[in-house]
Design a protein around this ligand. Structure first.
Ligand code: DGL
Length: 277
C-alpha cells in the first residue's frame, strides 16, 4: 500500500461496549479518520478484576490493535486506563516501535475537573476496580493539589446498563443509593466525574438525585477534545493516522450479541467482526 492509501486506524479499546460512548464523541469531533474498535466482551467486565488480570488482558488487546495497523490507541475504558495504561506505556510500548502511542480516559477529565468546582470538593463515580485503584485521586492531585476528592464505587450500575434494565425502578434504587452515599461524604461537592464509560446512559437518572448546581462531567466529549489537541500537538503521528472515514468493529465474543447490545451505546447499527484471542 502506498502512504496515501495506508490503513492506520485509530484504535479504540474497551472491555466491552462502554468505549462506544467515547468513540461516538470522538467520531463526531474527528470524523475524517479511520477507526478500529475492539471490545473484549469475552472477558468483560474488567471492573471487578485484579491489576494483573486487567493488565494482561489489556496488553493482549493492545497488541492485536497494533498488529492490525493502529499507530495510536485510546483505552476507552476507565478500568483499563486505571490498571494497565501506565505499565503498558512504561514497560511495553517501546517493543511495538518508537512511534506507537497509547492514551487513556482518566487524564482528560482530571486535568479540568478543578475548573468546575467553586467549593473545592469534587466527586468521582466509577467501577470498584477504578475506584479502588486510586488513579483518580493520584491524577487529580497532580493538577489540583488543593481539591478534596470523594469517591463512590457503583458495582451494580454496569450490569444494570448492560442488561438494558437501567430505566426501571430497580435501577433507580441503586442509582439513588450510590449518588446519596457520595453526597453524604461531603454535601459541598459541586462537580462529579462520571468515571465509567457506561454512565452517560444514566446521566439523567443521576441528575435526579443531585442538587441542580452540581456539574456532571461525562467523559466522551472531553476525551474527544483532548484527542483533537493531542493530534495537533503531535503532527508526525497525526500524519500517519489514515483518513478514509472508515470504521470497523471487533469483539472477542459473539458478533450477533455484540451488535444487538452495541446499538444502545453507539446509537447506530453495528456490524461487528469476531477477533479470536
Ligand atoms: N468500561 C469499563 C469502565 O469504564 C466498565 C465495564 C467493565 O467493568 O468492564 O470502567
Amino acid at each position: 500500500m502506498d502512504t496515501q492509501n495506508a490503513y492506520h486506524p485509530i484504535g479504540i479499546f474497551d472491555s466491552g461496549f462502554g468505549g462506544l460512548t467515547v468513540l461516538k464523541e470522538i467520531r463526531q469531533q474527528l470524523p475524517g479518520y479511520d477507526y478500529l474498535y475492539l471490545g473484549d466482551n469475552a472477558r468483560a467486565p474488567y471492573g471487578s478484576r485484579s491489576f494483573e488480570t486487567v493488565y494482561e488482558y489489556t496488553l493482549e488487546c493492545v497488541t492485536h490493535l497494533f498488529n492490525m495497523g493502529c499507530e495510536l490507541i485510546v483505552l476507552a475504558c476507565n478500568t483499563a486506563s486505571a490498571k494497565a495504561l501506565r505499565t503498558i506505556q512504561q514497560k511495553d510500548l517501546a517493543k511495538f516501535g518508537p512511534h506507537k502511542r497509547v492514551l487513556g480516559v482518566i487524564r482528560p477529565t482530571t486535568e479540568i475537573i478543578g475548573h468546575y468546582s467553586k467549593s473545592g470538593h469534587v466527586g468521582v463515580l466509577g467501577t470498584p476496580g477504578t475506584i479502588n485503584s486510586g488513579s483518580y485521586l493520584v491524577e487529580i492531585e497532580k493538577f489540583f493539589p488543593d481539591l478534596h476528592v470523594y469517591q463512590e464505587a457503583c458495582p451494580m450500575w454496569v450490569p444494570l446498563i448492560e442488561n438494558n434494565e437501567y430505566q426501571n425502578e430497580g435501577a433507580d434504587f441503586f442509582i439513588k443509593k450510590h449518588v446519596q452515599q457520595l453526597m453524604q461524604q461531603q454535601e459541598k461537592i459541586d462537580a462529579i466525574i462520571l468515571g465509567c464509560t457506561h454512565y452517560p446512559l444514566i446521566i439523567n437518572q443521576i441528575k435526579k438525585y443531585l442538587p441542580e448546581q452540581v456539574h456532571l462531567l461525562s467523559q466522551g466529549s472531553i476525551v474527544a477534545k483532548s484527542l483533537t489537541d493531542y493530534l495537533l500537538r503531535h503532527p508526525d503521528l497525526e500524519k500517519k493516522c489514515s483518513k478514509h472515514g472508515r470504521i470497523e468493529f471487533y469483539t472477542t465474543d459473539q458478533t450477533s450479541a455484540f451488535d444487538k447490545a452495541a446499538t444502545l451505546f453507539y446509537g447506530q447499527n453495528i456490524n461487528s467482526k469476531h477477533l479470536a484471542l
